[in-house]
Design a protein around this ligand. Structure first.
Ligand code: UDX
Length: 426
């Protein structure tokens, strides 16, 4: 059943949602106030690094099922569904800022056809369905929560192959209409009330962040007791109650979601009268992890960062994305430079300079980053780093010292080449 869907906002969630709904056979109009972004999208240029997205957008446009406009009113005029996919940035107090969400709802309200369903897909605090209802101010519209769980770097796959589809609505009919949009998506559909749906999103992200803080805490313990964190994670992951995913120790977690959502959950629970102390520890452990990795690099450099030449591999918050928002790698590079180190960094998605941190040289390839370096720090788990010629790296560096903050490289191969090697928890 082909529906007419307007998608307001063309960031990671909006563009992926619009493109994938057109792939599912719906007619989609993506609207954004950013004229240059819409012009690029109309020109077939995808403003984000997402595997498979360019093809789906092209196919949707060629089939006449996907269009882009800056005219939000025109986008919703014939829509049966209006998906709100606008940013909900972090406010100064840690809360989620709903300015864009309310503005978008107020803007489209006069133009939506009667009986249309307005769907919250942005990550929004509990109670935001009510907030949108008030902003719309029309009793002939429905508001439904339909949180998104896609990961950057695998957004298209995750949207079309989700673990579950969550729909929060007080109106069964509206919930069923939203569920029908996912008819060809092989996943369980869960219908609940709006507050529970909104809570599922935050609880899921904060749980994953907690899992990773726990993993990094166990890795710290492994270093203290001489255990191998990778083996410990393997042993833990066999237990299906724990699960073998999201058990990779690293330099800490980051990105545009986990930090913002964990802080927003902490804030909204305090507002609601529950002091979520566990999340304090989750956030503190993560911040401490940035410091642990920085201190590890200083110690491998001989005890001080002052004047130390550090090669860095990876600047994005994780592999397979060009996103550096709240990137652990950037945070650690910032601390290395603050400690007096001379940093030369390479990342497959970064060319020219690094605006986030002054004084960092950006190299054209992994080997160039290593020239004359005392220590090489691996901060993002790009696959290409696994296939480098370690003999060439050894010959290029001033000293053979590595801090592999992703446990990515072959430790045996490094030790056979007389590298000093430090991993995370091993
Ligand atoms: C996350 C959630 O996974 C996704 O469901 C939600 O919709 C948005 O937020 P994303 O921000 O793309 O997605 O990042 P994710 O892949 O979850 O990684 C988050 C951070 O955890 C990254 O810094 C990553 O490097 C780190 N990580 C992840 C680890 O350190 N170890 C792991 O095993 C997994």
């Amino acid at each position: 059943m082909d529906s007419v869907i307007a998608v307001i906002g063309t960031g990671y969630v909006g563009l992926t949602t619009g493109a994938c709904f057109s792939r599912l056979g719906h007619t989609v109009v993506c609207a954004d106030v950013d004229e240059s972004k819409i012009a690029r999208l109309r020109g077939g240029e995808i403003p984000i690094h997402e595997p498979g997205l360019e093809e789906i957008v092209r196919d949707g446009v060629q089939a006449g099922r996907l269009t882009f406009t800056t005219d939000v009113n025109e986008a919703v005029a014939n829509a049966q569904f209006a998906y709100l996919c606008v940013p909900t940035p972090q406010g100064a107090d840690g809360s989620a800022d709903l300015t864009y969400l309310v503005a978008a709802a107020e803007q489209i309200a006069p133009y939506l056809p009667s009986e249309a369903v307005v769907v919250n897909k942005s990550t929004v605090p509990v109670g935001s369905t009510r907030t949108v209802e008030q902003a719309l101010g029309r009793s002939d519209l429905f508001v439904v929560s339909n949180p998104e769980f896609l990961r950057e770097g695998s957004a298209v796959h995750d949207f079309l192959n989700p673990d579950r589809i969550v729909i929060g609505s007080d109106d069964q009919g509206a919930a069923i209409r939203v569920a029908s949009l996912y008819l060809n998506v092989p996943a369980p559909v869960m219908v609940t009330d709006p507050a529970s749906a909104e809570t599922i999103k935050y609880a899921s992200n904060a749980f994953l962040a907690m899992k990773l803080s726990y993993v990094n805490a166990i890795a710290a313990l492994c270093e203290a007791v001489g255990a191998d964190a990778d083996d410990v994670m393997l042993g833990m992951g066999y237990d299906s109650r724990i699960g073998n995913k999201f058990l990779r120790p690293g330099p800490g977690w980051g990105g545009s979601c986990f930090p913002k959502d964990t802080k927003a959950l902490h804030f909204l629970s305090a507002q609601a009268g529950y002091s979520f102390d566990l999340l304090d520890a989750v956030l503190e452990i993560n911040d401490a992890q940035f410091e642990r990795v920085t201190a590890k690099i200083a110690s491998v450099a001989g005890g001080s960062l002052e004047g130390a030449r550090i090669a860095v591999w990876g600047l994005t918050f994780k592999a397979n994305t060009d996103d550096r928002r709240d990137s652990p790698a950037i945070e650690i590079v910032r601390r290395l430079v603050a400690g007096g180190a001379v940093v030369r960094a390479y990342d497959p998605t970064v060319k020219g300079d690094l605006p986030e941190v002054d004084g960092v040289q950006v190299a054209d390839d992994a080997y160039a980053a290593c020239e004359g370096a005392t220590v090489l720090a691996v901060l993002t788990e790009w696959d290409e780093f696994k296939w480098v010629d370690l003999d060439k790296v050894a010959a290029t560096m001033a000293d053979r010292r590595i801090v592999d903050a992703r446990n990515l490289l072959d430790r045996g191969a490094l030790l056979r080449r007389d590298f000093v090697h430090e991993g995370i928890g091993r």
